[in-house]
Design a protein. Structure first.
Length: 278
């Protein structure tokens, strides 16, 4: 996934406004204006890198005369102690930028790292990991970029990015057949229906859905659902998927597995900016 520069700029500007306010009182009071700083951005735990370019842009905005050298590419898996970037320049400006730059890098690398863990669990099954819309408001594009760095496939970006008929849609519209019919009449394509029962899977196929989301079905039921579909449409398993359960789910033969927790619950990665004394 390639990030839109406007999206990056907006996210960074909002983060800087939130963090810096009227200025960094501590750095201004303690650090001489001509003081220079040289440091290394360093991993402190196993991680998949994501967001180095965004961190670099933060430093560029707040310390425009500084030199930032990115040492690795996003998507690379590293060990504790790995150097990610080198920076040097005006100490005041770099220390003002430090927290915002690291916030982006830690959050996005956390998402990428957790995503890679899930991807590794289903290696060899043929199933593909999907992300979801369960993201922190305002950071969805960045979060989905991070999942792609971890090896997941991006699912719907926004509500206008695909058709997913969920349980509440079915309740209001009057059932599977009526919902799919209305979607077709509206000129919509690539229609996916959320199914909580095997009967709904059958109804979705009969109604002409293009794929089914199999919601909170245990593996034995997923096996039945995949048999009913028999390759005619795509299948996606979702709901309550964890690292302990995803392998068994993948081995049922579903095409996709969507996991909200890779963006919703990913812990930040421990990354530091360490002073280079010499």
């Amino acid at each position: 996934m390639i990030l839109d520069s406007e999206v990056i700029e907006h996210a960074i500007d909002e983060a800087i406004r939130e963090d810096v306010g009227r200025g960094d009182l501590t750095s201004i009071a303690l650090i001489p204006e001509d003081a220079q700083y040289s440091g290394t951005v360093r991993a402190r735990q196993d991680m998949v890198v994501a967001g180095l370019g965004i961190a670099e842009r933060v430093f560029e905005k707040l310390a425009p005369t500084a030199n930032v050298k990115i040492l690795l590419e996003d998507g690379v898996q590293v060990k504790p102690g790995a150097d990610l970037a080198k920076i040097n320049g005006p100490a005041r400006d770099l220390l003002t930028a430090e927290r915002t730059a690291l916030n982006f890098l830690q959050h996005l690398s956390g998402i990428a790292t957790l995503t890679r863990t899930y991807v590794d669990e289903i290696t060899g099954t043929g199933a593909v990991l999907l992300d979801t819309r369960k993201t922190i408001p305002g950071l969805r594009l960045l979060a989905k970029y991070a999942t792609s760095m971890g090896g997941a496939k991006n699912h719907r970006l926004r509500l206008d990015d695909g058709v997913l008929i969920k349980d509440n849609h079915l309740s209001v519209a009057g059932g599977v057949a009526e919902a799919v019919t209305r979607a077709r009449k509206a000129g919509l394509t690539d229609i996916e229906v959320e199914c909580e029962t095997l009967d709904q899977v059958r109804q979705s196929i009969e109604a002409g859905a293009d794929s089914v989301l199999l919601d909170n079905m245990p593996p034995p039921v997923l096996v039945e659902a995949v048999a009913i579909v028999a390759g005619r449409i795509k299948t996606e398993a979702s709901g309550g998927v964890t690292l302990k359960t995803i392998r068994a789910i993948a081995e049922t033969g579903v095409n996709y597995i969507s996991v909200g927790r890779i963006t919703q619950s990913a812990p930040a990665i421990d990354i530091g900016l360490d002073w280079d004394s010499e």
